[in-house]
Design a binder for this molecule. Structure first.
Ligand code: UTP
Length: 289
């Protein structure tokens, strides 16, 4: 089996972000900042750490592309440049000339549909999908860890994280086969299984390395859970035809599409900082009595 190197990554940012209203009325969810950096920038940096060269953003109607990519008004750019500050979320990321690429998801029909919107740019290559509202903190980053695993086993490699029994009906869930270190064979995938029917506690976080054949499956994909075109349902059809593994990340996941998860991310990352950590820690202690 030849393992094609991973070069491309899709960042779906076309969701409505209803759980984060009213903030998302005026601002894409992916531009919410954790401490001092937008979520999209964490995700792009994580992808770059995994060797991604080509970035593909799937943006939605009404989501102004420049809000995601160009984060500073023109008037302040010269000053920022003079001070050696980053101008956009892509600064410092080595990309081929002509990148990044933007594709439009006309209607938010689901994650599977958003990924399918990138099919022409992905072409016949393996590709990663990173959901920027999930912030992954680890050393090395999630994508780098996952790419190392992919380079050994090839095929499809998706994240696999343990959650409590009471949580399994909220996520895409892995039915596990044999386990080898951090890699688990995937025998089936179920999107949001009804309570009491989940085959395991392994949820799929928003990190995927997929083979291009999934695009052909998404082409004819019917709506699934929640009336959305689900990536999980399309991925499930690859099992048996191609290697398919779950990869357990050594690090922390914060669901920043959820208000509590977002606050937890801010607190954890602030406490870990040398500059503001001590002040925040002292304040938190006072607040909690
Ligand atoms: P979510 O399930 O968090 O949905 O999407 P959402 O619409 O963004 O947020 P809520 O649930 O209304 O609060 C997971 C990822 O998939 C993208 C989102 O942008 C996010 O990165 N997505 C989802 C799309 O790009 N298009 C879609 O149609 C749905």
């Amino acid at each position: 089996m030849t393992i094609k190197p991973l070069r491309k990554a899709v960042f779906p940012v076309a969701g409505l972000g209803t759980r984060f209203l009213p903030a998302t009325k005026s601002m894409p969810k992916e531009m919410l900042t954790v401490v001092d950096k937008p979520l999209i920038q964490y995700a792009v940096e994580e992808g770059a750490g995994g060797g991604i060269e080509q970035i593909i953003f799937v943006t939605g109607r009404g989501k102004v592309r420049s809000r995601i990519i160009s984060t500073s008004p023109t008037s302040s750019r010269a000053t920022m440049r003079a001070r050696g500050k980053s101008l956009t979320v892509l600064d410092g990321i080595r990309q081929k000339p002509g990148s990044p690429v933007y594709v439009r998801q006309q209607e938010p029909l689901g994650l599977g549909h958003a990924v399918w919107c990138a099919r022409d740019i992905v072409g016949d290559e393996p590709f990663a999908v990173l959901l920027p509202d999930e912030l992954m903190v680890g050393k090395p980053g999630f994508m780098k860890q996952m790419v190392e695993a992919y380079n050994k086993v090839g095929g499809n490699v998706i994240g696999a994280l343990e959650v409590a029994d009471s949580e399994t009906d909220k996520y895409g869930i892995i039915s596990p086969g044999a386990t080898d270190g951090r890699l688990t064979e995937v025998t089936a995938l179920i999107e949001k299984p009804a309570k009491g029917t989940s085959p395991s506690n392994l949820m799929i976080p928003g990190r995927y390395i997929l083979q291009p054949e999934v695009m052909r499956i998404l082409e004819g994909q019917e709506k699934g859970a929640g009336g959305e075109i689900q990536l999980t349902d399309a991925m499930a059809q690859l099992i048996g035809n191609q290697p398919f593994h779950g990869f357990t990340f050594d690090g922390q996941r914060y669901d920043c599409g959820d208000k509590a998860g977002y606050i937890q991310a801010n607190l954890a990352l602030a406490l870990a900082r040398d500059d503001i950590g001590p002040v925040v820690r002292a304040f938190a202690k006072t607040l909690l009595g």
